[in-house]
Design a protein around this ligand. Structure first.
Ligand code: SF4
Length: 325
């Protein structure tokens, strides 16, 4: 995103709690990144970022520690072998040093305990065995939490087999690994967000389209990142249980020419949100989020039956996020 577009987006910041700089790319590569952070802070927003940590050196660590409220670092492995196989060209030793620098800079510069520092681990069949060691690593580094998410969105059927979760019967070995991870995190006092290995009875997705939205690099307003991939054309692809589906790109306006309120109130956007609002009302506004044991809160059977009377929009069909995954 360029600064002209960002400044147009920033007109909405007075109405926004948090600006999260992240979507389908490495935010620290944007030459205007620090200016973007400053604009969001000047508007009173909390600011978060997810980075792959490749550019995280002592200078960047200090800037992040001074200016951010939330920093997520995607690591995905507990050993150099796995990490460097999954993240071609990156060096495990360097990213670990960068995380140490960030934790040290936070300690030296902030008295409020921020930024919250999370280590992110995208669970796949190829790395899930390292998740317990990853929790050990996170605790040793002194970060606040581990977020172990799922490979819940792929565009190629060949990548579908990498996912560690199952709609039918999760692997007993994977279940055992998650149990170990829960125990370890608890014993080490480490925060944990552990995405499940099987669908959950959640009212809808964690994208929370009633409260959050996604703005693309060109200023288009969409309900979530999964509905506007940065690819040419109006169609994106989504693989569900090995089958590739065509999904129309879904966005509701352009912040370069309309205000956020105008876009938010558009009839098409209202219609998109309507089933989410009905589901939220049907379960008494039960919040979606982590439960005490690091998993996700679920609705009971009758409450789930009540929410699923309302079908989500067509564009959300086959989205694993709507299953809490
Ligand atoms: S269900 Fe999926 S596609 Fe629909 S808004 Fe949520 S995350 Fe996006």
């Amino acid at each position: 995103m360029d600064m002209v577009t960002y400044r147009a987006v920033a007109r909405a910041f007075p109405y926004v709690k948090q600006v999260y700089l992240d979507a389908w790319g490495e935010p620290l590569l944007n030459p205007h990144f620090w200016e973007m952070v400053a604009v969001a802070r000047d508007n009173g927003c909390s600011v978060g970022v997810t980075t792959n940590g490749v550019l995280l050196d002592s200078r960047v660590a200090e800037l992040l520690a001074r200016n951010l409220d939330v920093v997520g670092i995607s690591v995905d492995g507990a050993t150099a072998d796995t990490y460097e196989r999954m993240r071609i060209g990156a060096r495990f030793e360097k990213v670990v040093q960068g995380i140490q620098d960030l934790v040290a800079a936070r300690k030296a510069l902030r008295s409020d305990g921020l930024p919250l520092i999370s280590l992110l681990f995208l669970k796949t069949n190829e790395n899930i065995h390292e998740l317990p060691a990853f929790v050990d690593l996170a605790a040793t580094l002194g970060v606040d939490e581990v977020i172990a998410s799922n490979l819940s969105y792929v565009t190629q059927p060949a990548h579908d087999s990498l996912k560690a979760f199952s709609l039918h019967a999760p692997s007993p070995a994977h279940i055992e690994i998650l149990e170990q991870v829960r125990c370890k995190a608890k014993s080490k006092g480490l925060g944990l967000r552990l995405y499940p290995l099987a669908p959950k009875r959640v009212p809808f997705c964690e994208a929370r389209p009633l409260e959050e939205l996604h703005i693309t690099w060109e200023g288009l307003v969409a309900p979530c990142v999964y509905l506007t991939l940065p690819v040419a054309g109006d169609i994106i692809f989504r693989v569900y249980e090995g089958v590739r589906y065509r999904v129309p790109k879904t966005h509701f306006g352009d912040l370069r020419v309309s205000t956020l309120l105008e876009i938010w109130e558009r009839e098409a956007y209202r219609q998109f949100r309507e089933p989410f609002a009905k589901r939220s009302a049907a379960c008494g506004g039960a919040p979606f989020g982590p439960s005490g044991d690091g998993g996700f809160r679920e609705l009971d059977g009758p409450a789930f039956d009540a929410v699923t009377r309302y079908s989500l929009p067509d564009a959300c069909r086959g989205c694993y996020k709507a299953m809490g995954l």
